[in-house]
Design a protein around this ligand. Structure first.
Ligand code: VGL
Ligand code: ZN
Length: 199
């Protein structure tokens, strides 16, 4: 499969805590790994940018129930839950965006994070612009939170957005949340596609 020259891949929060066995497990969250790997490998083979976003919370993060937030502790810095799912092979050329690292601010969208290791706190938008990206393909977890927020911000910032439907999975706190999230993205102009990867 070949992708357009100004495309980039964004892999949202494919981390242990969002996969079965993790503290905020997305049902079947790990089932997307082969689809994500296919896109990662295809983009890397074409020398197109591959960007991983990562929830990166301190122990006292505002989104945690202990602080009055909605979630159990998850993706705590230096825990195994914060690590990427071990089944995914990440090319050395990949970029990494961390988000939610300030205790008092939550960040669902990758566009609210910053490039790992960047001295001048580059944002995802800064990075994409510097790479002359105009179109993003989005896969990852969770459809109804961080995937939705990241894809919606991309649309608002003027990127063409393609969401791979079988490359995302949702939490569904209320049944149908993931479906509604995808419908909302389509309404805002995202293209939804199915991968050609067979399970
Ligand atoms: C997420 C809930 C809390 C996500 C992150 O990655 O979708 N969801 N923090
Ligand atoms: Zn979080």
């Amino acid at each position: 499969m070949s992708f357009p020259p100004h495309a980039a891949l964004i892999v949202v929060d494919l981390q242990n805590d969002f996969c079965p066995g993790g503290s905020l497990a997305v049902p079947d969250g790990d089932q997307i790994v082969p689809v994500v790997q296919h896109y990662v490998d295809s983009f890397a083979a074409q020398e197109l940018p591959v960007i991983f976003t990562r929830d990166f919370h301190p122990t006292n993060h505002v989104s945690f129930a202990s602080q009055g937030g909605p979630w159990p502790p998850h993706c705590v810095q230096e825990s195994t839950g914060v690590e990427y799912h071990p089944g995914i092979q990440i090319p050395p050329s990949a970029y990494h965006i961390i988000k939610g690292f300030q205790s008092d601010i939550d960040a669902y969208s990758g566009f609210e994070g910053q490039l790992r290791g960047s001295k001048d706190s580059l944002t995802l938008d800064n990075l994409l612009r510097s790479l002359q990206v105009s179109e993003v393909y989005v896969v990852g977890l969770a459809t109804d939170y961080c995937v939705h927020a990241t894809a919606l911000d991309a649309l608002k910032l003027g990127y063409r957005v393609v969401v791979v439907e079988d490359g995302v999975r949702g939490v569904n706190v209320n049944s149908g949340d993931s479906l509604r999230a995808l419908q909302d993205l389509r309404r805002h102009g995202a293209q939804l596609i199915a991968s050609t990867v067979r399970p």
